[in-house]
Design a protein around this ligand. Structure first.
Ligand SMILES: [Zn+2]
Ligand SMILES: [Zn+2]
Ligand SMILES: [Zn+2]
Length: 289
């Protein structure tokens, strides 16, 4: 499940969320430290109780977008493209394949947009934790919910929200990026529960107009603990761009700092460094060298 939040509003939103009834659907509860039941203890990523995962020997799961439970303002082809891209992000890192089913009824994972009636999802009758936002007029509330493995896979997107597949073209201030939320819900369908790491795909909150489609090391470690690594995946290559941009950023900041200090300051620092190295080392240190 994923909720909207204004940044800095997470604690309040979480505190006011009543617990969901225990159903086959995932809950909105924030992961507590004792929920962190991953074997390696490596990350903030968590699994569902019993660590369920899909065990198909052919490692293929099919999905389909409902032909009837649609989003009014989005063409079905755009919705399908966003889903295809979201599934591909997970397929890049684990040895699973996700194929679009020809028949909706036959798909392992069924995706649709649903409204809530009297606080219950029209698609599965699960209870929305905050049914007061059904007009979608503020940047809060539950965006979607999904099932966990290996139940019949479902991703239900809350139809009241302003879903978009192109934030650049859709200037609505409350627009919610479909691919970002779909990628999060796919993580649940595959067996990941929420992560407490803010940058993680499995962090339970996202802001309006936020695009978050890249898996982090936390997500990758979590999902690979369930399914193993895609043979074509390497951490170095996958996160190369992240690492390069971080180095670029560090270089920029260093340059800025260097420009800020005067020639004399730099000269003095250099002199100090020379003086320090000129001091004879104590005997014990010399031995170590
Ligand atoms: Zn979630
Ligand atoms: Zn539902
Ligand atoms: Zn809502």
């Amino acid at each position: 499940m994923m909720s909207l939040c204004r940044s800095g509003d997470v604690a309040r939103l979480t505190a006011t969320q009543p617990a969901l009834a225990q159903t086959t659907m995932t809950t909105t509860l924030q992961p507590r430290p004792e929920d962190n039941n991953n074997d390696s203890g490596a990350g903030p990523f968590t699994f569902f109780p019993g660590k369920p995962r899909w065990t198909r020997p052919d490692r293929v799961l099919t999905y389909a977008v409902s032909p009837t439970a649609t989003a009014d303002h989005l063409p079905p082809s755009a919705v399908r493209a966003a889903l295809r891209s979201a599934f591909a992000r997970w397929a890049d890192v684990i040895p699973m394949r996700f194929l679009e089913a020809e028949r909706y009824d036959a798909a392992d994972i069924k995706v649709g947009f649903y409204l809530y009636t009297d606080g219950r999802c029209d698609g599965c009758a699960c209870i929305d934790s905050d049914d007061d936002d059904d007009d979608g007029d503020d940047c809060e509330g539950v965006l979607a919910h999904s099932s966990m493995p290996e139940k019949s896979g479902q991703i239900h997107l809350h139809a009241a929200h302003r879903w978009t597949v192109n934030l650049a073209a859709d200037t609505a201030p409350l627009a919610v990026d479909l691919e970002s939320v779909a990628a999060h819900e796919i993580g649940h369908v595959l067996g990941l529960d929420h992560s407490s790491s803010r940058s993680s795909m499995m962090y339970p909150f996202i802001s309006c107009r936020e695009r978050k489609v890249r898996l982090t090391t936390d997500d990758v470690h979590g999902i690979q603990e369930l399914y193993g690594a895609n043979p074509h995946f390497s951490f170095g290559a996958y996160f190369k761009q992240d690492i390069l941009s971080r180095i670029q950023q560090m270089k920029k900041e260093k340059k800025k700092k260097a420009r800020g200090s005067s020639f004399w300051q730099r000269g003095l620092a250099l002199t100090c460094a020379v003086i320090v190295t000129m001091i004879p080392l104590p005997l014990s240190l010399n031995k170590l060298l």
